[in-house]
Design a protein around this ligand. Structure first.
Ligand code: BEZ
Length: 211
């Protein structure tokens, strides 16, 4: 099944390195990130899962629960986690789904048959507290993800969910944002008391409203 932005993220039950989970119960009212990984005991995945563990406080600050997936069984995940903790100097405390029957991978479109018939590609799906899909990024197995970008995009998604703003190219937390086109300049002046810089009638900047 293909999954698109705005779709309801499908719920599932799955075996994980931390026991059985129900995805929606695991997420509760938080934001969620589901990372797919090609396979256990692979080098790029080892570094990515280590980084996910090391960023625990950053995800918690953003009220975001993370979980990973690969198509290997629980016992393999558990022994691999030992290697991840040892080599990446971290403690993996989030669940890794053991999707050996590929149920979740097929539900979330993580298998791209023209890339690999059996392994999952390196996707990440960000899910909002409303359980809607907010972002999907897919990388090939050979390219590790940039976790600075993962946090940056999460900041943008959370900001733009709460305010009538969008974030410009290469935006980072704390920088000016763009007022969405549906707000008139007159309304924007009232809505954004920190100030409005009108470059063009359709290109209007304001300081980040929640800072
Ligand atoms: C890796 O995760 O290291 C990897 C997996 C498949 C192909 C290349 C790298």
């Amino acid at each position: 099944m293909s999954l698109r932005l705005g779709d309801t993220a499908p719920n599932f039950q799955a075996k994980t390195s931390l026991g059985e989970i129900d995805f929606y119960k695991f997420l509760g009212d938080s934001w969620g990130i589901l990372f797919s990984h090609p396979a256990d005991y692979t080098p790029v995945c080892t570094t990515e899962l280590g980084m996910t563990a090391l960023l625990k406080d950053e995800f918690a600050k953003r009220n975001t629960k993370v979980l990973a997936l690969s198509v290997d069984p629980v016992d393999k995940h558990l022994s691999w986690i030992g290697d991840i903790n040892e080599t990446q100097h971290c403690a993996v405390e989030f669940p890794i789904i053991a999707d050996d029957d590929k149920k979740v991978s097929l539900l979330y479109d993580f298998i791209h048959p023209n890339a690999s018939a059996t392994a999952t590609v390196r996707s990440l799906v960000i899910i909002g507290p409303d359980k809607k899909v907010k972002l999907i990024i897919t990388y090939p197995a050979s390219t590790g993800r940039n976790f600075v970008e993962v946090l940056r995009v999460l900041d943008s998604l959370q900001l733009t969910a709460d305010y009538s703003v969008a974030t410009p190219v290469n935006w980072k937390e704390g920088e000016d944002v763009i007022v969405v086109p549906s707000i008139s300049t007159e309304d924007a002046q009232k809505k954004f008391p920190k100030g409005l810089k009108v470059v063009k009638p359709y290109l209007r900047y304001t300081p980040q409203p929640n800072k």
